[in-house]
Design a protein around this ligand. Structure first.
Ligand SMILES: Cc1cc2nc3c(=O)[nH]c(=O)nc-3n(C[C@H](O)[C@H](O)[C@H](O)COP(=O)(O)OP(=O)(O)OC[C@H]3O[C@@H](n4cnc5c(N)ncnc54)[C@H](O)[C@@H]3O)c2cc1C
Length: 466
């Protein structure tokens, strides 16, 4: 039988690695198991974007564009209207990272801080005593072993292998991600064939198609990305529709990547007796970008605080003792993300004409005057003053009068906004203890049922956002 660890984390992706690191720094015995070989982890994606302010907040060592794990640190991005007539500059703080070198850098740091990392080691099933989790059965080189821990963390990504294997009445939902719960993302690493011809700026979004050109590995290169729910085919068709309407200079495809990212609400509770889920396994992503890495680090910081304190008190880590993770997460970032997810169903209905109107009138991004770009809201919430709100309403009325906006879609937008506010308030009142949780869930279910399906009508396909 192996030594009992304080924390057993399943999955050495960006979520498990970060949580393991901050708990080990607080003096706890952390073991992380990862089914892939060390050289293979993270290989499914190469270039990935991290929100720079969140990197700082998470206390990670600063990135350096001269090092192999960082391509560049950016503070601007461009959005183009779907009629291709206007370009809007926005302030976005992004660090462009190479995933595998980043994870390998982190593994070295973790090991020097005492984390036990075991690669080629696969979670098989949970071990229980008196109906409570006490460990996991794992397989390694064809052998089965039993690992015991005070708490097991599911950081296994979209497969959520631990969460989905929980008994149905254990206190955390066991749903698997369906095709409407994710954004299917297609990435093409491209090289422009005629360097002198003008190309889209390095970081340019065409939000009508949920498509963008991002920074890539070399000069005259870019990543053409697109994400859509339902299927990879939907994403491919959205890209095809876009390519038919834009006049791009010739390019060749250097390599392609694909994957999916959660686009749904997380489980109502992230904790149960001896259990926590984080990362994609808990569907923690920024609703409007599908990015998940730094979003989950904010949850990990809360989780590490609570786990550390409870471990130092000794005894079994019950659901009640871990509950504060739910409270602190859902009352803050969880509430903001829930609200944004609800709001999106009002925005994604917009026609091309409506997107153009909203973008050019500063109704989606705050635009600055005299080339001064305003700071984005780093806390992901509505921060309109009364004056701004009045301007917003007048701009919408103006759009209706000149028929750039349809009354039908504006009604949907306002309904979605109102639901988003109610959902946010509900999450901000997440129950302080498991008592009252059932009633809280009942109301949350009723609210989520009110979220309507948005439909995007492209020339070659209609895509539903549920
Ligand atoms: C195409 C694409 C582009 C993206 N771009 C961005 C971006 O630019 N920025 C951003 O923030 N996010 C981005 N995301 C989302 C981001 O990749 C995820 O949110 C993030 O990787 C989730 O991290 P994680 O640690 O939860 O899961 P993962 O990174 O999936 O890690 C889970 C780990 O668990 C391991 N595992 C699974 N099953 C077992 C088992 N049985 N036993 C042991 N180990 C197991 C897996 O091998 C894996 O290494 C993108 C996603 C896609 C698909």
């Amino acid at each position: 039988m192996s030594e009992k660890s304080d924390i057993l984390i399943v999955g050495a992706g960006t979520a498990g690695t970060y949580l393991g690191w901050i708990l080990a720094k607080q003096g706890h015995f952390v073991k992380i198991i990862e089914k892939d070989r060390k050289e293979e982890v993270g290989k499914r994606l190469d270039v990935i974007h991290f929100e720079s302010d969140r990197i700082k907040k998470a206390g990670l060592p600063p990135f350096d564009p001269n090092k192999p794990d960082c391509i560049e640190i950016r503070d601007k991005s461009t959005v183009i209207t779907p009629d291709f007539e206007s370009e809007i500059k926005t302030r976005v703080y992004q660090t462009i990272v190479r995933l595998t070198p980043f994870l390998n850098k982190m593994y070295d740091i973790l090991e020097s801080d005492g984390v036990q990392l075991e690669f080629s080691t696969k979670f098989e099933e949970l071990l229980f005593e008196n109906n409570r989790i006490i460990g996991a059965k794992v397989s390694k080189d064809g052998e089965n072993e039993k690992y015991y821990a005070n708490i097991i963390v599911d950081a296994s990504g979209t497969s959520a292998v631990v969460r989905t294997s929980l008994p149905k009445n254990y206190g955390v939902e066991t749903w698997e991600l369906g095709s409407d719960d994710v954004m299917y993302v297609l990435l093409q690493y491209i090289r422009w064939k005629v360097p002198d011809k003008p190309t889209p700026d390095t970081d340019t979004g065409y939000n009508y198609w949920l498509l963008w050109f991002g920074p890539s590995l070399g000069e005259n290169e870019a990543i053409l990305g697109v994400g859509q729910p339902g299927s990879y085919e939907n994403a491919r068709l959205a890209r095809e529709d876009f390519l038919k309407q834009i006049d791009l200079p010739p390019y060749e495809i250097v390599k392609e990547e694909r994957g999916f990212t959660p686009y749904r609400r997380p489980p109502y509770s992230l904790v149960a007796d001896g259990f926590l889920c984080i990362g994609d396994a808990a569907a923690i992503t920024y609703p409007f970008s599908g990015h998940g890495v730094t979003a989950t680090w904010m949850l990990c910081m809360i989780a590490a605080d609570v786990i550390s304190e409870e471990l130092s008190r000794g005894g079994y880590l019950t659901r009640e003792r871990l509950w504060d993770i739910n409270v602190r997460y859902f009352r803050d970032q969880g509430a903001k993300f829930a609200s944004l997810l609800a709001q999106l169903s009002g925005v994604l209905n917009f026609t091309k004409k409506e997107w153009s109107y909203f973008l050019t009138h500063g109704l989606i991004y705050k635009t600055g005057e005299n080339d001064e770009l305003p700071e984005p809201n780093k806390e992901y919430e509505e921060d309109m003053s009364l004056g701004e709100m009045i301007k917003f309403i007048f701009k919408i009325l103006g759009g209706l009068v000149i028929r750039k906006l349809s009354l039908r879609n504006i009604k949907k937008l306002l309904k979605a906004n109102s639901l988003a506010n109610t959902i946010k308030e509900h999450y901000e009142n997440f129950p302080k203890s498991p008592e009252g949780f059932d009633a809280w869930i009942n109301k949350a279910e009723r609210l989520w049922k009110k979220k309507t399906v948005a439909v995007k009508k492209l020339d070659n396909i209609e895509i539903e956002y549920r």
